[in-house]
Write a protein that binds this ligand. Sequence first.
Ligand SMILES: *Cc1c(COP(=O)(O)O)cnc(C)c1O
Length: 467
Amino acid sequence: MNFVSTRGNVSKIGFIDTVLMGLANDGGLLVPEKIPQISAEKLESMSKLSYQELAFEIFSYYVNGEIPEAELKTLIEKSYATFRSPEVTPVQKVKDNMYVLELFHGPTFAFKDIALQFLGNLYSYVSKKTGEPIHILGATSGDTGASAIEGVRGKEGIRICILHPHGKVSKVQELQMTTVDDPSVLNLAIQGTFDDGQRIIKELFADLDLKNKYHLRAINSINFVRILAQTVYYFYAYFHVKKERDLRSINFSVPTGNFGDVFAGYLAKKMGLPVGKLIVATNENNILEQFIQTGVYMPGVFQSTYSPSMDIQVASNFERYLYYLLDENPSEVTTLMEKFKTEGKIVVSEEQLRQVQLDFAAYGVEGGECLQTIRKYHAQTGYLLDPHTACGVAAYESCNEPDEVCVTLATAHPAKFNESIERCEIQQTFPEQISQLFNKQQHLEVVEAENEEIVYHVEKLFSFSAK
Ligand SMILES: *Cc1c(COP(=O)(O)O)cnc(C)c1O
């Protein structure tokens, strides 16, 4: 298995080099040269595996022997041993044809832990093998930061710098990131939005001298491992529901920001999982919904919403989808991405739009509807949705046909977003790990959203162990 760039100007590389490269050196994103195909018989044989066994099977298609089997198994075991549920991602039936896939049982109570617990262990493994330091530079809309820090803290040879949008994350998200007292962890609160942070990160990674000098590594979903680890639970959920009922195919409703999680579902489908509709759920930052309805991808004006982890205008993984929509033609991707840079939008043809609408359904959820969905499900079923999951559930209600079965991805625990839950006049009890955060001291620096300022901090944090 080799990996290539969506823009075609990186020579083929293997799995570990793909992990280390993060953003492709030509500014594109790395994708598998050929998506592995899982036959119906093979799927059947995978249906009774535990989460960890399933992860091993799926990862093996991509890791391609670069990590010996026993070591890969150990990495997987270690990564999911920190989860509070033995099933890792349990599935709950909420209504007759609607299930939720609970992805929030990891250390920081959001789905990012599923990939980042593994990536943290993988980075540590690679650092030990190569003797090279791992210096992580990432941006977060709120959940990735805490999750990445939790995934690597205390691991030898690893330092981490995370940019988050100052004042635009929930209190619990901010506390989770900033209460870690460790000299190898730096939190920069930028005066700007997540899009500013993500743009800075991409620009710094594109500066290959800087990237190589400081051994910069990515934890955002530009890193293919994030996508890979997230494909596993689509399989897991399908197998779970299939045990309960006759199932030809299954829909997924996915709360979306950077298009990473839903792209993982798209990849699972391309590998052979019988997925019907992939429903893209957005909040008021609804560029992806607009694209799926009209074929025009055009970022608009940023809005702060009740679901801050989805407050994203420029979805970095969109380029991965574009690559497949354009029949894996890197020069067409390059042309469109360059046009996007100069004109601020991408427009696809009528024929391509038809394909987009075969691949995805979409629904944008406004704040009032989000809170109403939380209230309704709490009153009718006793299940408390977090505001991101509520967007997913509202999109399920809008896009799913009555005779179809749908799994909504529950991307975070409601305790992370009590600001929104309180607005629904619902009182929740915090898990112990969250309530204890409120007594801890915070460590962060507020900085301008300017490349030079970030580089200054990056050099300070990463230089003394860089050789
Ligand atoms: C990150 C995040 C999302 C969006 O996921 P993408 O992969 O960026 O589309 C949705 N919900 C929560 C709670 C998140 O943390």
